[in-house]
Design a protein around this ligand. Sequence first.
Ligand SMILES: [Zn+2]
Ligand SMILES: [Zn+2]
Length: 420
Amino acid sequence: VENWLIAAAIPIFMLAIAIELLINRSRGDTKYRFEDTVTNLSCGVGQQVTSLYLKVILIGLYVWLYNHVRIYTISISSVLSWVVLVLAVDCLYYWFHRASHRINWIWATHVVHHQSEEYNLSVALRQSWLQGVASILFYLPLAILGFSPKAFVLVSTLNTLYQFWIHTRSIKRLGMFEWVFNTPSHHRVHHGVNRKYLDKNYAGMLIIWDRLFGTFEPETEEPAYGIVKPLRSYNPWWANVHYWVDLWKMFVQASGFIEKISVWFLPPDRKPASLGGQVVIPEITRDSQELYLPQSPQGARAYAAVQGSLAIGSTLALLVLPWKIPAWLHVGWVLWILLTLAVLGAFFERKPWVWWVEPIRVLAALGLVSWPLLHHNHAWWATGLITLFAISTIPLLAKMRQRWSPTRTLVGFHEPLFWT
Ligand SMILES: [Zn+2]
Ligand SMILES: [Zn+2]
């Protein structure tokens, strides 16, 4: 059910993003930057495909506990039990979210969501690929209490979907609604890097938890968005691992067993004593923030838009696939999508390796879609896909010819690698 919910939500989200983008443009306001938006969507796509596997393990854990250790069996036919479950999931989300900002290893799984320096609906889809590993730990008590896995998955999916619309600068304040519910204004504060906004407004659906547990902060000035130590990359893979790399380096450098262990559990603003202890947090405002703004030529953007759309289409197909495909094809497809995401980032960052990897990715795609072509049942859409894909790579092939022509000399990173 939840896969269908998400699959149904994706086109709606895309439409909402398109509408917000058009509204912004008509106001002469640029709150969507192309590369930033694609990276946000890439993180979301990567999260969806990796969770096809990860979910099996994490939900499996919940199901196992429910089957073997539950204390009660809570009826899902009573309205009261649903109300309790909605409140419980939201409250546990608050504590998970609070922990994810104050405990290094969980922050490593959550940081992805905060890296964008813009604030728009596409940021909502900027999701970490590993966050589920941490969040499920907070929800397991519900299994032990006896809330059925189906009810839990449904309610927690709805909780996540609720949080989509609050990622916008287009909605200012909402009157009395702000007292109880999490709103764009409250959540803008949560994404702020201004010192007064750090570690505030952890709410999912209801802001009451922040008011209750002392982490509420009203929006008094427009926040500067992002993270204290900027990511400065468009690569969704790097977005997901950079903080793990930071932690690993600290782990290696820290002296002694206790310090090395503490690295994983300290808050992000503290280091082990031998590495300096308290970290000085800079005061960042919208005026002082240095944004990461590399831009790509129009041609590269068009190519990225087509390839990114194909990746989103493939992801949708994988989510709701009504027919059986062999395991190797499923894994291959997921890896191909993840590779596509890396290549998009590499295009934006003008990484030279993209010229080696991209032909391999194109060939791999043809290999993947040739399977259904050979297994006649779905030949019509496979033929369509191959045609579409082949057409989409024509500009690439043209560019490749130019790139590898013997009369060109390579001058390194700053050469115009793209469709200029
Ligand atoms: Zn957060
Ligand atoms: Zn958010």
